[in-house]
Design a protein around this ligand. Structure first.
Ligand SMILES: Nc1ncnc2c1ncn2[C@@H]1O[C@H](COP(=O)(O)OP(=O)(O)OP(=O)(O)O)[C@@H](O)[C@H]1O
Length: 249
């Protein structure tokens, strides 16, 4: 199978089972969201897939190859990337300078080659394409520290795309972004390459329902259900989960 194929994935921390027998597919072109209450195990699942955490049992395949024993960097090389955390942006460098770094890294040229990269046409063309894709032109020569938070998250997304992933995990892309700026994130997700496999882990249901074609609901480490946004919105168990305790009927 092309893409990500997770079977029987479980993770226990001591006596606590945080992921339980998860089967999950993410194919090229998918736009899937993973939702669930606090502590459902969403971050743990993402950390298992990206290789940050070792599973207790189960298999993870990518394009048919077992990647369960690869570390995080090796999985990134295979094409599985998670959005960088904002702290990995170099706040005193400009957007353009930040974007050069993962491209050089991918080319195996490392950060020490940074200065020479100014004259590297191939790198600059890639940087320009990313700036264009994420409509960052007006911000390209500003320091990241001087950007609005939503704009910083866009740069973070552009940085991750510079790694040329084939599967992308967006871990809470709208977290901390003021509602006046969430449209930037939605637009950026909509502009992702169509054949990229995308998994969005997000609390903002507005955003989830706008960008996801499929939604997976995780509860206490298990998949409760999976379906289209319409199916999930109509699911009584999911409604209970999100509205439970606040209903007045
Ligand atoms: N390293 C760890 N050691 C022990 N327990 C952990 C560890 N990491 C996570 N947990 C527990 O696993 C459960 C799931 O946590 P996780 O962060 O994956 O949930 P989540 O769905 O991402 O939550 P949130 O929406 O709040 O981010 C929680 O009960 C958490 O306390």
């Amino acid at each position: 199978m092309q893409g990500l194929e997770v079977r029987g994935l479980s993770k226990r921390f001591g006596g606590l089972t945080v992921s339980e027998n998860i089967d999950f597919d993410l194919k090229p072109g998918d736009r899937k969201a993973l939702i669930g209450p606090n502590g459902a195990g969403k971050s743990t699942f993402s950390n298992l897939v990206t290789g940050i955490l070792p599973p207790s049992s189960g298999t993870i395949r990518f394009d048919g190859v077992d990647i369960g024993r690869l570390n995080e960097a090796q999985r990134v090389k295979r094409g599985i990337a998670k959005t960088f955390q904002i702290t990995t942006l170099f706040r005193d460098l400009t957007v353009r300078e930040n974007l050069r770094l993962p491209i050089l890294e991918r080319q195996g040229r490392g950060y020490s080659m940074f200065r020479r990269a100014d004259g590297n046409g191939e790198t600059e063309a890639e940087v320009a394409a990313l700036i264009d894709q994420f409509a960052l032109e007006p911000l390209a020569d500003k320091r990241v520290a001087d950007l609005a938070y939503g704009q910083q998250r866009l740069v973070e997304l552009a940085l991750t795309l510079a790694l040329k992933p084939r599967a992308l995990i967006l871990d809470e892309p709208a977290a901390g972004v003021p509602s006046s700026e969430t449209h930037l994130i939605v637009q950026a997700i909509e502009a992702l390459p169509p054949d990229l496999a995308v998994l969005i882990i997000e609390h903002d249901m507005d955003l989830v329902f706008r960008v996801a074609a499929q939604i997976v609901v995780l509860v206490q480490g298990r998949i409760l259900t999976e379906g289209t946004p319409q199916e999930i919105a109509a699911n009584a168990q999911v409604r209970e989960l999100y509205l439970g305790g606040h209903r007045h009927d």
